[in-house]
Design a protein around this ligand. Structure first.
Ligand SMILES: [Zn+2]
Length: 326
C-alpha cells in the first residue's frame, strides 16, 4: 500500500526510530493489504472460471473408448449415459429432447440433451453453446471420431464444470446435438426438400422453437465442432453472424491464440438450422483436418492443448457477448 507509507509523517524521524517505525508501517501495511484482499474476496466470491483442457481430454477419450457412435446405435445410448452422468456430477439437470428422424436408413430415434446454468438476468433469454455427439456411420471401417465429434461433447462437459461457479449474466444452455452426420456417404447425396440428410438434431431443436414461438429466447448460439485437432486451425466461418464471430476472434487475438486464423471459409454445419429460424449463430470449427471422416480421426490426432485453446477463447469471450445481450 504505497499510499500509507508515502503520507506517513514519521518517515522523517531519527535513523534508529526509522527502522522500528518502518517495521511498524510494514506490519500495518501487510494487515491493511490482507484486509483489502479479504474485502475484495467477500465482494467476488466466484472464482474466475477455469476451463481445464486435460479434464475435457479425459471425457473425449472416454467417449472414443465407446467405439463408433452413430445415431440410433447402442454405443450412442452409452454416450448419452456418460454425458448425463457427467452433467449430474457437475451439479446440472440434464433434459432429453427425443424425436424420431426420417432418414434414408429409415426412422432413427434421436435425442438432444440439454442442461442450463442459471443466469442473473431473467426474462432476456439465454445463450446456447452446442455441439454434436454422434459419429458418422461407416461400414468400411471403425470410425471412432476423436475430433468429430467426441471433441465437441467433451468441450461442453468441461464447460459445465468451468462455468458452474461463474456468475453468468444470462442463463447458458449446453446443448448436445444428435444426428449431425449424414446417413448417406455425402453431405447432401440423399437430402430432400425440408428434410436434409444431416443436422437432424439441430433442425428439430430449431423447428420446435419456431413452432413454440420461442426462437427469440435464444439470443446467441455458439457452435463448436471438430476442435481437438492437434494442429488446430480455425478459420472465421462465413455464414456466421458477424458480431458473434468478432467477439470470438477479438478474444482470441487478446489471448494471443494463433489457432484462430483471420481467413474466412463457408462451412455447412448445425448452426445453419439455427440461422434459418433467425437465431444469431457462430460456428467454431477446424475442418482443416486430414483425418476428417477417416479411420485416422483417433487419439493420435487430437490434443488437450487444442481443447484448452478453444475453452480459453469461448470462456474469455462470454463477457463481451453478455454485455451486448443483457
Ligand atoms: Zn463429421
Amino acid at each position: 500500500m504505497p499510499a500509507v507509507s508515502q503520507t506517513n509523517p514519521r518517515r522523517r524521524t531519527t535513523p534508529t526510530a526509522t527502522i522500528t517505525e518502518h517495521l511498524a508501517v510494514f506490519v500495518f501495511s501487510v494487515i491493511f493489504v490482507a484486509a483489502a484482499v479479504g474485502a475484495c474476496s467477500a465482494q467476488q466470491p466466484a472464482a474466475a472460471p477455469k476451463f481445464d483442457g486435460n479434464r475435457a481430454f479425459a471425457d473425449l477419450k472416454a467417449m472414443v473408448d465407446l467405439g463408433p457412435r452413430p445415431a440410433g446405435s447402442p454405443a450412442i445410448e452409452k454416450t448419452r449415459d456418460y454425458i448425463r452422468k457427467q452433467l449430474v456430477a457437475a451439479g446440472l439437470k440434464p433434459e432429453d429432447q427425443a424425436f424420431d428422424a426420417e432418414t434414408p436408413a429409415g426412422t432413427i430415434h434421436m435425442v438432444n440433451i440439454r442442461a442450463t446454468l442459471p443466469g442473473q438476468v431473467q426474462g432476456k433469454g439465454r445463450i446456447v453453446v452446442g455441439g454434436h455427439y454422434d459419429t458418422k456411420p461407416f461400414k468400411e471401417f471403425a470410425f471412432v471420431g476423436a475430433s468429430d465429434a467426441a471433441s465437441s461433447a467433451a468441450f461442453l462437459l468441461e464447460l459445465a464444470r468451468a462455468l458452474k461457479g461463474r456468475q453468468n449474466a444470462l442463463p447458458i444452455e449446453l446443448l448436445f446435438l444428435d444426428g449431425e452426420e449424414a446417413v448417406c456417404k455425402e453431405w447432401d447425396q440423399c437430402s430432400k426438400p425440408g428434410n436434409a440428410d444431416h443436422t437432424y438434431g439441430a433442425r428439430y431443436y430449431a423447428q420446435q422453437a419456431k413452432k413454440a414461438g420461442t426462437t427469440k429466447d435464444v439470443r446467441a448460439f455458439i457452435l463448436v465442432d471438430m476442435i481437438a485437432d492437434r494442429d488446430l486451425n480455425i478459420s472465421r466461418e462465413q455464414n456466421s453472424t458477424p458480431w458473434l464471430t468478432d467477439a470470438i476472434w477479438s478474444t482470441a487475438r487478446r489471448l494471443n491464440r494463433p489457432e484462430f486464423l483471420q481467413q474466412t471459409l463457408p462451412i455447412e454445419d448445425d448452426h445453419l438450422e439455427f440461422l434459418e429460424v433467425g437465431i444469431e449463430s457462430v460456428d467454431i470449427i477446424d475442418l482443416d483436418y486430414p483425418a476428417w471422416h477417416t479411420a485416422a480421426d483417433d487419439m493420435n490426432h487430437v490434443s488437450a492443448k487444442s481443447l484448452q485453446a478453444v475453452g480459453d477463447v469461448v470462456v474469455g469471450a462470454l463477457p463481451l457477448i453478455e454485455t451486448r445481450l443483457k
